[in-house]
Structure formats: structure tokens, C-alpha cells
Ligand binder design. Structure first.
Ligand SMILES: O=P(O)(O)O[C@@H]1C[C@H](O)[C@@H](CO)O1
Length: 315
């Protein structure tokens, strides 16, 4: 789908009606599972998996660590809370146009979702935020949005949506509060969870040291290739949003560049310099940290989901 194409909402919702039992098909809470985090839906009960290929308007996720299904189910104690999770998302770098990237968010909103928990894997730009930390996002820095690559470019999807959307209040304080309360009740070490700003880049290349330095200087704590288009559209749809970034790697920002001139001069002077092995990030490393932290992310998400029905402003 491209900007301006009519979106097949009615067909997608009809497919959901045909495949998902009544009890599960109008969830109030949505979850987006980031790279390596599809396990967030593993503890759902009465789960119904709907492959994206059965949903008109949905693409297929092509990134390792992203499955391609919507999971409908119940979570929490007693009767449980009805939830829907995207097992796998779409990134612009896969070649998907923005309307496709954000289509599942628009569908969740039309199914009745009011609160959305978006997760991702991200690189740390902040020396005080080590690998394995979960960062709850308080703000974002989106260079693509500032340079005419905004998911809301094009005709408005609905006359009810504002043309000029404020984003100064995008990240729900009430949901973030629930996350810190959950961390407390789970007796999590204070260092396991922190707050920060997410920088969205297009990818699929990881950052050069100069790019990492720029983002750090601009105030970002973590960087990733997803999430912001979903946040923008979720906000347009009027959802309460919480974003959890799992730090899977450090962005390589050396204090000083390796100087080839110095190396050559030292070698010629008979004192060759012993170099440290350069660090390079890989998607395998990203997925590995996702596996290590999957259980913790799952417990936190479950605990937040369970508490949402107790907060009047999130209903
Ligand atoms: O979908 P997310 O943002 O969790 O995935 C991150 C960003 C890239 O897609 C990939 C890079 O390793 O992981």
C-alpha cells in the first residue's frame, strides 16, 4: 500500500471476525513485539494465531526474529485480560511503504485497542545504559520525521484525525507509572529499568561512529530502526502508548579514531602499535540479548497489562 491508496479496513476486520472467537476479538490492549521478543505472547491463554497472510492489507515480516502473525489471547489472573500482540513488525527498510508499516496499528485501534505497549531492540548511545537494560521511552528524536519521511504524509486517513498532530505528550505517564510499579512488585534491581529518549533511524545499516556521536549529542539515549512510525500513528488513533526498548548492544562511538598515519609512523620507527580488536554490532547479537531478557520483558509486560484495568484514565 502506498500513501493515498484506499486502506482495506473492512476486509481486514471481516477476516478477524471470521478467524477469532467473539471473546477475543475486541482486545483493549495491544502489544508490538520487537526483534527477538515474540515470546512476549507465549504465556497468553486460549491463544488464536492469525498469520499476516490471512489479513488483507498486512505484509509479511522478512526480518529474522520477527514472526508474521497476530496473537489474540488472554493474560493475567482470573478471567484474564483480552490482548492482541503483533508477532513481528514491518520496517521501512524492508521496502514497505509507511501505510503498510503502520497498518496493523490502525487495525488494532479499530478492534478496540486503547492502550499499546510497543517493544523494540535498540543500541545504547549512553555509557550509563549498559546492554541488557530496559529503557522506557519518554521522548523520541526522529530525523526521518524532520526530513519529510513522516508516516502521516499524504491524505488524511479519517476526517476525525487532526492534520497537525502534537507529539509533545506521546508517551503516557500513566502507563510508564505502571511499569515502574510493576518493576517494584517484581523486586527488580533498580538498574534493570531506566528512562530515556529513542532516536529513530531508517536502517538497515547500523550507525557509523560519527552518526552515533551526532545522535548522542542531540540527546538520544538509544537508537533503533522501528517504533516511531507506530507511535505517531497510534497517537493519531488516540491510543495511550508505552515503549520499552531492550538495549542489545552499544553503538560504537570511540573517543578517538584509530590513526592509520600514527600506526604507519610507529611501524616505520620500529615500534608497531598493538591495536584493540574493533567492535562491530550484528543482528545475531541483538537476537541473543533478546533471548536472554525475554522472560524479564514478558513478566514486566504481563504485570503492566494486568494493572491497566485498575487505572480510570486508561479505560
Ligand atoms: O524491530 P526492532 O526495532 O526491535 O528491530 C531492531 C532494529 C532492526 O530491525 C534490527 C537490527 O538488529 O533490530
Amino acid at each position: 500500500m502506498t500513501a493515498g491508496t484506499a486502506l482495506p479496513f473492512a476486509e481486514t476486520l471481516e477476516a478477524v471476525r471470521a478467524l477469532v472467537p467473539t471473546k477475543l476479538r475486541n482486545p483493549r490492549i495491544g502489544i508490538v513485539c520487537g526483534s527477538g521478543l515474540s515470546g512476549l505472547a507465549e504465556s497468553f491463554r486460549e491463544t488464536v494465531l492469525v498469520p499476516y497472510e490471512k489479513l488483507p492489507g498486512f505484509a509479511k515480516s522478512t526480518v529474522p526474529g520477527h514472526k508474521s502473525s497476530l496473537a489474540f489471547g488472554l493474560t493475567g489472573k482470573g478471567e484474564g485480560v483480552s490482548v492482541v500482540a503483533m508477532l513481528g513488525r514491518f520496517h521501512p527498510y524492508e521496502g514497505h511503504a509507511f501505510p503498510t508499516v503502520v497498518y496493523p496499528i490502525r487495525i488494532m485501534a479499530r478492534l478496540g485497542v486503547k492502550n499499546i505497549i510497543i517493544t523494540n531492540a535498540a543500541g545504547s548511545l549512553n555509557p550509563n545504559i549498559p546492554v541488557g537494560t530496559i529503557v522506557v521511552i519518554q521522548d523520541h528524536l526522529a530525523l526521518p520525521n524532520l526530513t519529510c519521511m513522516n508516516p502521516l504524509l499524504g491524505p488524511s486517513t479519517s476526517p476525525e484525525h487532526p492534520r497537525f498532530l502534537p507529539l509533545s505528550d506521546a508517551y503516557s505517564p500513566a502507563l510508564r507509572r505502571l511499569l515502574f510499579l510493576s518493576a517494584h512488585h517484581l523486586a527488580l534491581d533498580r538498574s534493570a529499568l531506566t528512562e530515556g529518549t529513542y532516536a529513530w533511524v531508517g536502517g538497515p545499516t547500523y550507525e557509523t561512529p560519527a552518526e552515533g556521536r551526532l545522535l548522542r549529542l542531540a540527546g538520544a539515549d538509544v537508537v533503533g530502526m522501528s517504533t516511531v512510525p507506530e507511535v505517531v500513528v497510534a497517537r493519531e488513533e488516540g491510543l495511550n502508548i508505552m515503549v520499552m526498548s531492550l538495549v542489545t548492544n552499544f553503538v560504537v562511538i570511540p573517543d578517538r579514531y584509530r590513526s592509520i598515519r600514527e600506526e604507519v609512523e610507529a611501524e616505520l620507527a620500529g615500534n608497531p602499535i598493538q591495536l584493540e580488536q574493533a567492535q562491530v554490532v550484528s543482528h545475531e547479537e541483538v537476537l541473543e540479548v533478546g533471548r536472554e531478557k525475554a522472560e524479564l520483558m514478558k513478566k514486566l509486560v504481563e504485570s503492566v497489562v494486568e494493572r491497566i484495568p485498575t487505572v480510570p484514565e486508561l479505560q
